[in-house]
Ligand binder design. Sequence first.
Ligand code: G6P
Length: 604
Amino acid sequence: MCGVVGVTGNKNATEILVSGLEKLQYRGYDSAGIFVDQPDGTDYLVKTTGSIADLRKKIGPEVQGTAGIGHTRWATHGGVTIENAHPQFSSDERFYLVHNGVIENFQELKDKYLQGVHFHSQTDTEVVVQLIDKFVKEGMSTQDAFNKTLSLLENSSYAFMLMDREEPETIYVAKNKSPMLIGLGDGCNVVCSDSIAMLNVTHTFLEIQDGDMCIVKPDEVIVNDADGNVAERETFEVSVDPSASDKGTYPYYMLKEIDEQPNVMRKLSAEYLDEAGHPTIDADLVDAIKDSDRIYIVGAGTSYHAGLVGKMQLEKLTGIPAEVHVASEFAYEDPLLSEKPFFIFLSQSGETADSRQVLVNVNKQKLPSLTITNVANSTLSRESTFTLLLQAGPEISVASTKAYTAQIALEAILAKAVGEAKGQSAALNFDLKGQLAVVAQGMQSIVEEKNEINQIAEDYFVEANQAFYIGRGIDYTVSIEAALKLKEISYVHAEGFASGELKHGTIALIEPGTPVIGIITQAGTAGLTRSNLEETAARGAKTLSIVKKSLARPEDTFVIPDVDELLTPLLSVIPAQLLAYYTSLNKGLNVDLPRNLAKSVTVE
Ligand code: G6P
């Protein structure tokens, strides 16, 4: 989703902006641009509907200014065109603006205040920059015009950076709902939607809050809160090693991230389990969950799928009922809650607007919450009561892999911690440390079968126009995730289905040659899922299977090592991740940056 970067100070702005945008590419984008302001008045606006590499090529050596703003756009209002790419500018080209978010009442504002103004784009953003220009022309200072414009925005989300050519070294910044950080450098300051974009400049960031309006200059940052008062905001250090986000020798980040999963399991085990295998989770967090009468798990996309597994783990190991919700649905449903609810937010990025909206509601009701995320100091992490970090290292590929497995492993650790505190025998007897070691080993053996999986992708999926993953119980939850991976990056229409439910309608879609993959890891339902798979084969489906060793038969396609039934998703998902990867690769697609998708979805 849209990314913003800005810099002002003693360094070449272009290089900082463009390399920042390169780092934000993973969020997903369809066009990009920068504006660089120079004290001598020679200013540059460069935009492209291509890649950041194209943008780089378009920028001439004469662009030497030390202040500027940049943007990667994920289209919401208006098609993918140069005109709609940001920065947007006022008619007289005095003001330049980049924006991440959505202005819900832009049409009303345009009709009310900007009759007769010539618009050169279809974006909601241009209305904002034209409004600022109008108010300045009527006699306001830039700061007052910016504030007045912000006060007119209703139900909107934004991370704005505004530049005024008459104040070439100043960047005006405002934030509401959309992520935005200010980085403090040596002789220069930066602004960005994600610290990863600016780690080459600084590791110290300022936490700005919704409603803040800030003025960023080379040697000072002034923060005004929503009431217009100067406010102090805390700084924090981001210690991620920038090289952790390098692709190394891999052709795509996704393959690197799939391969990293065994190590992520080992790291989580070392971080969160002691020598004897007992969880070392914050006692206040454990108590808060132990005291609750129901756990509400909230997430989107792959994180929601990880939540479906977490529900089973938490219920079995803690005895506390748990339910899982799609964030965007839960946010506006005004759900009936139990007397003592505890909320768990799952979010790789910690920035997903849908999940954040639920958290805002939860905080309004002063209810306790935990965010499980991969990104320290992300919005959800900062705003929830507790945080557990996935420790998976940056996940760059849009399709989530290692964050999914890390979430499941960490949910299991959390469930064991709470279950042990409650004296539940299922938790006390669960050798999670030993099992995670088996998982890591098992993942390693599956990722070493790349050639075979590549061949199956070619034989079964590259030419397919639809595919089904089926399973029961925990295997059903993995089926949905497996199908999502295939859809996201290979554009094969895929569904995950409860295998028993298939015959109640959807089996009508099975045609000769349709690939159907059964996931079979649970002793109690293995026979049933096998029958359902046979039913599709009888109608011409090309069937495949992912089966736990102790349940396997000679004809099974992927045999995964035996592991506790609550942890099988950690292994059964790996062949599915690799099948999606190789299908995409063999179709010649950009695996890491699939069409239409964004990694960090910061609009609702
Ligand atoms: C986007 C991404 C998905 C991700 C979902 C939730 O849709 O494309 O890969 O699962 O957001 O993201 P989160 O950061 O909250 O886990």
